[in-house]
Design a protein around this ligand. Structure first.
Ligand code: 2P0
Length: 355
């Protein structure tokens, strides 16, 4: 900003979320309306999160954004939709200490600078867009004194990236697909808060931090257009599974939670295989991790670990307690010793998975 002109800033942090009932497929591409409900767990922000600072000043001639220090274009429809929706809801802001007074109607003329950092690899199937857009919407809302409730904010974040609507809350979150054509009821709701199931431990085995080959957006578009399994899944399987998952979370039933989580991950990847041309997000190492967990679960007769994979080869492993998490790490280190470079690192969400 130039001398004598003020700058007002706000900073926020949003963790990413891991879907245990997957979102895959849109019924409306522009508004980002999904073909089914989904359920996720929001991670602890210390491990996988976006931190965003937004600044406003009369000396800024245009809106600009930097991601991990590099300027990126804001011309995409998704950024513009989020900015527009937040600006629409902006209110008066008074900062007496700095002598700043912004009237509601001033926001249309003021421009913002946005700087966002991820503390994890971008676009490696670790849901960076989820944390990023949730954080952008939340922080812009803070700067512009937006008073709308979290449901409404989630519906704005959804227009940045579908999965972002679930990162507005901590804990266990459901994205309700909604019925309306305008998206007004396609919002996220919190099923249980951060403290509800504190024993769970999440371990992310980073198989590759390379950028994925098929983006989620184009992958799910191809699946909607070509996969008959996707229609069956959305209409017949998921509604039932969502009910069972809500019950499992409510009653902290790990056996049921793990069974549903693994089945839904596998079905999501089956839909990817059912797409023409087929989409492969998992690799040999991912498959070996599944086998390791399945063998262990079968040998015990009860589920010891849940696994789930998103649009990339990295494994998200959920243990019911620290004992199982420790055993899992031992097994992983034995099968993938450090000098073996199939697995680059482990990230462990200690104790709580939530912010
Ligand atoms: C999910 N994924 O539920 C699923 C599971 C990936 C696999 O949401 O086009 O980045 O921005 O709405 O949100 C990734 O999709 O896609 C995703 P857009 P998004 O977490």
């Amino acid at each position: 900003a130039e001398e004598g002109q003020w700058v007002l800033m706000a900073t926020g942090r949003s963790p990413t979320n891991i879907a245990v009932i997957k979102y895959w497929g849109k019924r409306d591409e522009a508004l980002i309306l999904p073909v089914n409900d989904s359920i996720s767990v929001t991670l602890d922000p210390d491990h996988l999160s976006a931190t965003t600072t937004v600044a406003v000043s009369p000396s800024f001639p245009s809106d600009r954004m930097w991601l991990n220090g590099k300027e990126i274009s804001l011309s995409g429809g998704r950024f513009q939709n989020c900015l527009r929706e937040i600006r629409k809801r902006a209110r008066d802001v008074e900062d007496e200490k700095k002598g700043i007074s912004i009237k509601k109607e001033d926001w249309d003329k003021l421009h913002v600078h946005i700087a966002s950092y991820n503390n994890f690899p971008t676009a490696a199937g670790l849901a960076s867009s989820a944390a990023g857009f949730a954080c952008l919407v939340f922080t812009l809302g803070k700067l512009m004194n937006v008073k709308e409730d979290y449901g409404e904010l989630s519906s704005i974040a959804r227009q940045g990236s579908g999965s972002a609507c679930r990162s507005i809350y901590g804990g266990f979150v459901k994205w309700c697909m909604g019925k309306n054509n305008d998206g007004s009821d396609s919002i996220a709701v919190q099923l249980a808060d951060e403290a509800h199931w504190n024993d769970l431990v999440i371990i992310i085995a980073v198989v590759s931090s390379k950028q994925k080959e098929t983006s989620s957006t184009s992958g799910m578009r191809d699946s909607v257009e070509t996969s008959p399994l996707l229609q069956y899944r959305a209409q017949t399987i998921v509604p039932n599974r969502v009910l069972k998952m809500e019950e499992a979370i409510k009653s902290r039933n790990f056996e049921s939670f793990a069974r549903l989580t693994c089945a839904d991950s596998n079905q999501f990847h089956a839909v990817c295989m059912d797409t023409s041309p087929p989409i492969f997000y998992m690799n040999d190492t991912s498959h070996r991790i599944i086998s390791l967990v399945e063998k262990w679960n079968q040998s015990e007769g009860t589920l010891q670990i849940a696994y789930t994979f998103d649009a990339g080869p990295n494994a998200v492993l959920i243990a019911p307690n620290r004992k199982n998490a420790t055993l899992l790490l031992q097994k992983l280190l034995y099968c993938f010793p450090p000098q073996h470079n199939d697995l680059s690192s482990y990230m462990v969400g200690d104790k709580s998975i939530l912010s």
